[in-house]
Design a protein. Structure first.
Lengths: 185, 444
């Protein structure tokens, strides 16, 4: 949040603490594509050289990590799920359809398509409050597309996007619920 | 003050405009995606183009001197302008010397950037735009809202009414062919009479002194060949080293801009010839040297003005171009305009992005727009003076994020504030709560 909002010094302070806190772990698994991208790409921009770069190679986004394992998801009651491909999962981490493939393997999960699946939800951290009206307009189109899809649950690999989408769904009084992908896997 | 947010309100509240914009940008976006998919080596082409442009920027003064020598040896007169005022003075002076009271203009963003039309008018010279969309914007006394399609915010009916009012067209139909015919008849006459033409340049070739202009209509070709004098306004970042570099850039530009394999008209010329216009070239800096000094921001100067980033941008699609309040709108405008003004203007633009990264993905010269946006935010935040509430909030958030225990404590405070409805008092929360609820914040 600090880095993307222009507060690089605060971000560097936090990044150093993070690196220190995680130094004794050989693998770090992160339930957010956006946070993973910050560690991988953002840290190198905050501090040139090796200071923060070591963590990048040990940090994995959850689905990226699971895809590398023999992983047996549990089964669920039948549910129609819309998978929202978040910006950082697609364009920073390049996860492609990895999360979707994991979801498709869950017994009971039926994946449904919707318009503009690869388009931003309009969150963008402080963008959502600095340019609230624009953020809402982008979100509105996303909510319309989800409503048309007939899904019961919308999922993603980023909680921040789900906070935006969930906040909008709740305000509209929609029955669609949001769930982080970890909850479905 | 968030100028962008304020200026965006108009477009966001206009459902017709938003529908028009979404339809138009989606059409161009899809066309681009189709023709890019036809080129398997697209990524390699992007890499090559980015490195050629980066190389030119690294050796810009040498290439500019080479260009000046080559263009001069072929009979052109090269002028240098360090800022907008100087550039306008040079152009106005040249037009005056020829005693012309009006000039025809091919589409030129650089001329708009330096405010040339206003300066010409102030000197009693009437500039006439000959690009169809630019003509529409000019007749309407409006502003451009897109780099490539400046009248993207206007529909056919509005254009028909405008032509009826300003050109006495007497049209009932709003068929595109009929509208184009009105413009053709009007512009043909204007161009045959013109003694001075003004053009921009898509590319300028250092080794040969050549200028290259691409377009869809053929009007720029008439503008640059019919008059006795041609004045070409060239931003100094438009240089390419060799003529052999052109095919690469022409492919990338056409596919990225209009979704065509090549643009319908590609004009390349150099110097003056006995049967063509006398050539004057004005090399314009206007802030570019300053941009060049920034290690992150300088990549914005690689831009070839294709506008692919506008057509994929979720923000641009909702707000349109006017919200940016700058000649260069959209993602590229958000990084170029504030930098050209040395951060003295357009300071809200770098924040007008969700950092979704769609712009970077389509950029034919691989400008990492999100990277530059974030760095500009840093530069702007670091130059803000005093103890601003936002700065304090970020310091507080930094301390709150410092450990798991503190994050849990902050979570409890947020939940308590939520229960007491205190959140609705703080401005950021108020902005959030306009159309969104807060998550339930379950206890772990």
């Amino acid at each position: 949040m600090h880095f993307n909002s222009g507060y690089a010094n605060d971000a560097l302070w936090l990044a150093r603490r993070q690196v220190k806190a995680l130094q004794r772990y050989s693998r770090v698994v992160c339930s957010s594509a956006s946070c993973t991208a910050m560690i991988r790409d953002g840290y190198a921009r905050l501090a040139a050289g090796d200071e923060l770069s070591d963590l990048a190679g040990r940090t994995f986004e959850l689905t990226e990590f699971l895809a590398g394992l023999v992983f047996q998801p549990g089964s669920r009651d039948d549910v129609r799920v819309a998978y929202h491909a978040t910006c950082h999962s697609l364009r920073s981490l390049r996860l492609g359809d990895t999360p979707r493939r994991l979801l498709a393997a869950v017994p009971g999960v039926e994946l449904v398509d919707f318009r503009g699946v690869q388009e931003c939800c309009g969150f963008g951290g402080t963008f959502a409050v600095k340019n609230a009206a624009t953020s809402e307009a982008i979100l509105g189109d996303k909510l319309d597309a989800l409503a048309e899809s007939g899904c019961q649950v919308v999922t993603a690999v980023d909680s921040s996007c789900l906070m935006q989408i969930g906040g909008g769904l709740s305000r509209r009084g929609s029955d669609i619920r949001v769930a982080h992908i970890a909850e479905l896997l | 003050v968030n100028e962008f947010a304020a200026q965006a309100e108009t477009a966001l509240g206009d459902r017709t405009l938003r529908a028009n914009l979404t339809a138009a940008t989606t059409t161009i976006r899809n066309r681009r995606a189709t023709v890019v998919a036809e080129v398997p080596e697209w990524e390699a082409l992007r890499d090559r183009a980015a490195s050629i442009k980066a190389h030119v920027l690294d050796h810009l003064s040498a290439y500019l001197q080479q260009f000046e020598a080559a263009a001069t040896s072929r009979g052109a007169v090269v002028h240098w302008a360090s800022d907008a005022t100087e550039a306008c003075r040079v152009v106005t002076g040249l037009v005056r010397e020829r005693g012309a009271s009006q000039v025809v203009k091919a589409k030129s963003l650089t001329s708009d950037e330096i405010g040339l039309n206003e300066q010409l008018e102030a000197a009693g010279i009437r500039p006439i735009e000959t690009d169809l969309a630019e003509l529409i914007v000019q007749l309407a006394g409006d502003r451009q809202s897109h780099i490539l399609v400046p009248a993207i915010h206007k529909n056919r009916r509005e254009i028909r009414d405008l032509f009826n009012e300003k050109l006495g067209a007497g049209l009932e139909t709003d068929e595109p062919a009929a509208l184009a015919e009105v413009a053709r008849v009007y512009l043909r006459e204007v161009m045959l009479e013109a003694r001075v033409g003004i053009s921009g340049a898509n590319f300028a070739i250092a080794e040969s002194g050549e200028i290259c202009v691409v377009e869809s209509e053929g009007n720029a070709r008439m503008c640059t060949t019919l008059p006795e004098t041609l004045i070409t306004i060239v931003g100094i970042e438009k240089l390419l080293p060799r003529r052999d570099d052109l095919p690469l850039f022409l492919r990338l530009l056409a596919r990225s801009a209009t979704g065509e394999p090549l643009s319908p008209y590609t004009s390349i010329w150099a110097g003056s010839s006995p049967d063509g216009p006398q050539q004057h070239i004005v090399l314009v800096d206007a802030g570019r040297s300053t941009v060049l000094r920034d290690p992150v921001g300088r990549q914005a100067l690689r831009c070839i003005r294709c506008s692919a980033c506008l057509n994929v941008c979720p923000v641009y699609a909702r707000t349109g171009g006017h919200a940016y309040g700058s000649i260069y709108p959209g993602p590229i405008g958000a990084i170029l305009s504030p930098q050209l003004a040395n951060l003295g203007k357009h300071r809200s633009l770098p924040f007008a992005s969700s950092l979704c990264g769609a712009c970077y993905e389509v950029c034919p010269v691989k400008i990492d727009i999100p990277e530059v946006l974030v760095d500009l935010r840093r530069r702007i935040v670091e130059t803000e003076q005093g103890l601003r509430p936002e700065k304090l909030a970020f310091s507080a958030a930094r301390l709150a994020f410092a450990s798991g225990g503190r994050i849990a404590l902050a979570g409890r405070l947020v939940r308590a504030a939520n229960r007491l409805r205190l959140a609705s008092v703080a401005p950021p929360a108020r902005a959030w709560l306009r159309s969104r609820d807060l998550p339930p914040f379950r206890d772990e």
